[in-house]
Ligand binder design. Structure first.
Ligand SMILES: NC(=O)c1ccc[n+]([C@@H]2O[C@H](COP(=O)([O-])OP(=O)(O)OC[C@H]3O[C@@H](n4cnc5c(N)ncnc54)[C@H](O)[C@@H]3O)[C@@H](O)[C@H]2O)c1
Length: 469
């Protein structure tokens, strides 16, 4: 058993602390957010993360987890993990203020022979900065290790306990082995590298995953133009072991607390060090265009957005988390509002205050039924099970118009059509024409509309309009 410290008890810090306690270590945690610490002391999770609360409660009850809202005079821990937030700045660079504050608070309170482990995602070179800060603070014999975290919100506990790999970087081989020993029981490969390489592995991994998503969204747009089905294209690609199926789901684009800031930070780092990050910039641009493409898709389905009543289903950036930082769902709701739609939003988990702060001009509803009543369109933005399994027949009966835009391709298409919905997806061949494309200003079935479109829209009777548009 080791004595550990964790600074910052958010998604990464709270999960790491709870999991280290579960592995039998004694963990001393500090967070400057007193209300968060008060909840944690009672074994309550301040965030929605499956499995976390049970581990926290157990750790507190066993006396292995302690939480402080200010720094102790001296740490008992000899290995202290920094897990504070590193948000993006307006320019794109990572904002290191919380890391600097944490390191300056920690360094002078360590016993000789301690290790500062950086778990926060930090720009390449931050390990050297931390070592310099520790030296200047008078801390003697303190080593620095980089240990980037790869957990995913929504499956963070499992990801921590069963990682694909553990990455450790340090100039001090003894410190590196002491940290490696903490992970020895997890059965994952441990990659030992220098500190800058460890820092870079994290950024490169997130940038690559974001690239996969932007790639499939670009392919989805091409599929829509040419009449192919992106879900099958992705499935076919994913079965190739060189490609892999994960992160190939076309949709609303990437978001959340990490990808947006990390891809921008990497591009920024590259640019200020004289490299032209052409691919990364395209990945970012495709992602922001994707939101706009979906706004246009909703407009086409409805005829016009001004005055239309739409219900955005989901606020979290993905299912199984309450995190709405850079949530594509929130961005979409705000964009639709800017285009004149009357937007309401439903999420089964995210708190109303958080939604109201991020989308102040959008109304929040308690249930899907409440938002659907009188609405013109449902927009699926987060694939919560409650949303995927909603009763479309029942909801449709109360709506003004039955349009369903599924930005996650997660709804059963037959169920949607059987419930009388005009159903729009991402990157799949459409079965019905857009409302805006109809001659008579009302949604009509494909069979009724096809000949008219063939004749009028493309002047090419006999060809499939979806292939020639
Ligand atoms: N969220 C993820 O899925 C994830 C995954 C991998 C890596 N990361 C990285 O891990 C880091 C933490 O991310 P997060 O999502 O857990 O952040 P978070 O915002 O959820 O939590 C950060 C916590 O640090 C606390 N804090 C800030 N300054 C402090 C200080 N000086 N002393 C003590 N506590 C302080 C805050 O009060 C907050 O509770 C970031 O660098 C992030 O990029 C996040």
């Amino acid at each position: 058993m080791a004595r550990l410290g964790v600074i910052g008890c958010g998604y990464v810090g709270a999960v790491s602390a709870a999991c280290f306690a579960e592995l039998g270590h004694e963990v001393e945690c500090v967070d400057t957010d007193a209300s968060r610490v008060a909840a944690l002391r009672q074994g309550r999770s301040p965030i929605f993360e499956p499995g976390l609360e049970a581990l926290l409660r157990k750790g507190v009850e066993r006396g292995l987890l302690t939480f402080l809202d200010s720094y102790p005079e001296q740490f008992r821990a000899e290995i202290v993990f920094i897990a504070v937030n590193t948000p993006g700045s307006q320019e794109g660079a990572a904002d290191l203020r919380a890391v600097r504050d944490a390191v300056s608070s920690v360094a002078s309170r360590l016993v000789p022979g301690s290790i500062i482990v950086n778990k926060s995602t930090v720009p390449i070179g931050t390990g050297d900065l931390v070592a310099g800060m520790a030296r200047r603070s008078g801390a003697c014999d303190v080593s620095v290790v980089s240990n980037p975290e790869f957990l995913r919100e929504g499956s963070a506990v499992t990801d921590f306990m069963k990682p694909d790999r553990v990455v450790l970087g340090s100039a001090d081989p003894c410190a590196l082995e002491r940290v490696a020993a903490l992970y020895a029981g997890l059965g994952a490969p441990i990659q030992r590298v220098d500190i800058r390489t460890a820092e870079m592995i994290k950024y490169a991994s997130n940038a690559f995953l974001a690239t996969k998503i932007s790639f499939i969204n670009e392919i989805a747009a091409i599929c829509e133009s040419l009449g192919a089905d992106v879900t099958e294209v992705a499935r076919g690609m994913g079965m190739d072991s060189r490609i892999g199926g994960q992160f190939l789901r076309a949709g609303l684009g990437w978001g959340g607390s990490c990808f947006p800031k990390d891809v921008r930070a990497l591009a920024h780092m590259a640019a200020v060090h004289g490299t032209h990050p052409q691919l990364l910039r395209s990945v970012i641009e495709i992602n922001s265009d994707q939101r706009l493409r979906i706004v246009q898709k909703v407009r086409m389905a409805l005829g016009e957005l001004e005055g239309a009543r739409v219900l955005v289903l989901g606020a979290a950036f993905k299912a199984d988390t309450d995190d709405i930082r850079n949530s594509p769902a929130i961005e979409l709701a705000n964009l639709l509002r800017l285009e004149g739609a009357a937007v309401s939003i439903f999420d089964p988990i995210v708190g109303h205050d958080a939604i109201a702060a991020a989308a102040p001009h959008v109304s929040i509803v308690e249930s899907i039924a409440e938002g659907a009543d009188g609405a013109d369109a449902l927009i699926v933005a987060t694939d919560w099970p409650e949303i995927v399994g909603m009763d479309l027949k029942q909801l449709g009966a109360t709506m003004s118009r039955r349009i369903l835009v599924d930005t996650r391709n997660c709804i059963d298409a037959d169920a949607a059509r059987n419930a009388g919905f005009g159903y729009r997806t991402i990157g799949r061949p459409r079965q019905e024409p857009d409302y805006a494309a109809t001659t008579f200003g009302e949604a009509v079935s494909m069979n009724a509309e096809q000949p008219a479109l063939r004749g009028s829209a493309v002047g090419n009777a006999g060809r499939d309009p979806w292939l020639v548009r």
